[in-house]
Ligand binder design. Structure first.
Ligand code: NAP
Length: 482
């Protein structure tokens, strides 16, 4: 019998008790479900919060050695299980197996990097105005935090939240996407094997609409870290705001790549292709708008179309350039936006349909539109698929205005040899990430990550040296010895 125990509460695995059946499909062969199990009930979500609250005091007070021992052990276990984790990831998310292996390897690196936080997430000693008073700050864990994650980087995103929360001494309720529960379960099994005390991490696998409010509005939850769509993130932020607890949300994007006439056109085309079609365009930082100076628009457009048409498409396990979309809903959304773009007057240059002979998986061709205008929906709304729109400008200021003319502000890139132009772009672009001669996608663990505008609550960055800010209270202490 297949394993249907996807809830991990207080150190025990259990079946979900709601009437929702979570059905996980391999996007390359969706006809036969990969796994199916009942989702968590609202009561189980409350039980998970209670288990975290019960375990939190001891974990809050654990020593740095105790915490980093678990996280270093977990990193080793992730590496030892890299193949099976990668296969699970590709099975439920669809991405090419080499990308899955890379993401799993990154998860191990993330746990190692943040394990060191156990010993280094310090306060400051501050010069005192009074020689008899010692002034310093201390950082303490929030207590219990809820972590809610999407499906597109289903081991990396939970890893950077879990690693930061645990290393700073917090207990956790982890709610993964219903599209990718298998990799979440596997990760939590490894945490258990690494020696994490019971109740410190609790896995609640159920639909957001059933369990979401239970874990975000519960009095015992002291902080919520969310990654996902802007719509869900804004809803949760509003719910959590009324409780006055820390909330962090990293959300959608509509990321521009701006190309100036002096740019290396081949490199810009490579960056556009990697950013638009890597991960089937399903990255929050995906390039969805290629904003190009009119003098080089024709040359760059030809280079992009030629590269897009050369991409291989297929099941993730065959390691193509591009796998399927994650689900039937995402596939349908892609085709809906392709139709909308045509109706709005954009010119379809390549793609736009299913690849020939690939009728069963959730496949869509890499799609490029020219003659896109900034007010079109294809230039404003997040498609979250392999659809790239090309927009043209004649003056640099106009190019920056177009890049900023969206609600989102996550990632951005500029291609130019003119570093004064790059500085101007860095200053004026409304985006949390700026890449100069790079892709809009990709990030380094030791660099902070987060967006602006509708892409983020802008409360605290994730990753990087100060990601612990979100997971800790900072107290200021004035000590006058008797
Ligand atoms: P989503 O639909 O917003 O779901 C994200 C998570 O929220 C899932 O675990 C979902 O659970 C849960 N959820 C849904 N409703 C909820 C509620 N009422 N209360 C609590 N949780 C709830 O996003 P997605 O489709 O998984 O991911 C794609 C989106 O994520 C894109 O917009 C992308 O840009 C964004 N993203 C942003 C970043 C970033 O760092 N900025 C990174 C990756 C992805 P269910 O699966 O059960 O519905």
């Amino acid at each position: 019998m297949t394993d249907r125990q996807y809830q991990y509460i207080g150190g025990d695995w259990a079946e979900g008790k709601s009437s929702d059946e979570i059905v996980v499909r391999d996007p390359a062969t969706p006809d036969d479900p990969a796994v199916s199990f009942p989702g968590a009930s609202q009561q189980q979500a409350r039980d998970a919060v209670a288990a975290a609250a019960a375990a939190s005091e001891e974990w809050n007070r654990s020593t740095p050695e105790e915490r980093d021992a678990v996280l270093y052990e977990l990193a080793d276990l992730i590496e030892a299980n890299q193949d099976s984790l990668a296969e699970t990831l590709t099975t439920e998310e669809g991405k090419p197996i080499s990308s899955s292996r890379g993401e799993v390897g990154r998860a191990a690196e993330i746990f190692r990097f943040f394990a060191s936080y156990s010993r280094t997430a310090t306060g400051d000693t501050v010069p005192s105005s009074d020689p008899e008073t010692f002034t310093y700050t201390v950082r303490q864990p929030l207590g219990v935090v809820a972590l809610i994650t999407p499906w597109n980087f289903p081991i990396a995103t939970p890893s950077w939240k879990l690693a930061t929360a645990l290393s700073t001494g917090n207990a956790v309720i982890f709610k993964p996407s219903s599209e990718t529960p298998m990799i979440a379960k596997h990760l939590v099994e490894l945490l258990e094997e690494a020696g994490l005390p019971d109740g410190v991490v609790n896995l609640v696998t159920g639909s957001g609409s059933t369990v979401g409010d239970e874990i975000t509005t519960h009095d015992a939850v002291n902080g919520v870290s969310f990654t996902g769509s802007t719509e869900t993130g804004q809803y949760i932020s509003e719910t959590v705001a009324s409780r006055g607890i820390p909330m962090q949300a990293e959300m959608g994007g509509k990321n521009p790549l701006v190309v100036l006439p002096d740019a290396d056109i081949g490199a810009a085309a490579d960056a556009a292709i990697a950013g638009a079609f890597g991960g089937t365009g399903q990255a929050c930082t995906a390039t969805s708008r290629l904003i190009v100076h009119e003098d080089v628009a024709a040359e760059l457009t030809d280079a992009v179309v030629e590269r897009a048409e050369a991409l291989s498409i297929g099941p993730g396990m065959e390691d193509p350039d591009m796998g399927p979309a994650v689900s039937a809903e995402e596939l349908e959304t892609n085709f809906d936006y392709i139709e909308i773009a045509k109706q709005e007057g954009a010119t379809l240059l390549t793609g736009g349909g299913r690849p020939e002979g690939m009728e069963t998986g959730y496949y869509v061709e890499p799609t490029v539109f020219a003659d896109v205008e900034s007010e079109m929906r294809i230039a404003q709304e997040e498609v979250f698929g392999p659809v790239l729109g090309i927009l043209e400008f004649s003056e640099f200021d106009e190019g920056i205005d177009i890049a900023n003319d969206v609600a989102f502000g996550l990632s951005s890139a500029i291609h130019t040899e003119d570093m004064a132009a790059a500085r101007k772009f860095t200053r004026e672009i409304e985006a949390g990430v700026v890449k100069i001669n790079g892709t809009t996608t990709g990030s380094q663990i030791q660099m902070p990550f987060g967006g602006m505008k509708a892409s983020s609550t802008e409360t605290h960055k994730e990753m990087g040296q100060h990601a612990y800010d979100f997971y800790t209270h900072e107290k200021v202490v004035y000590r006058s010895d008797p």
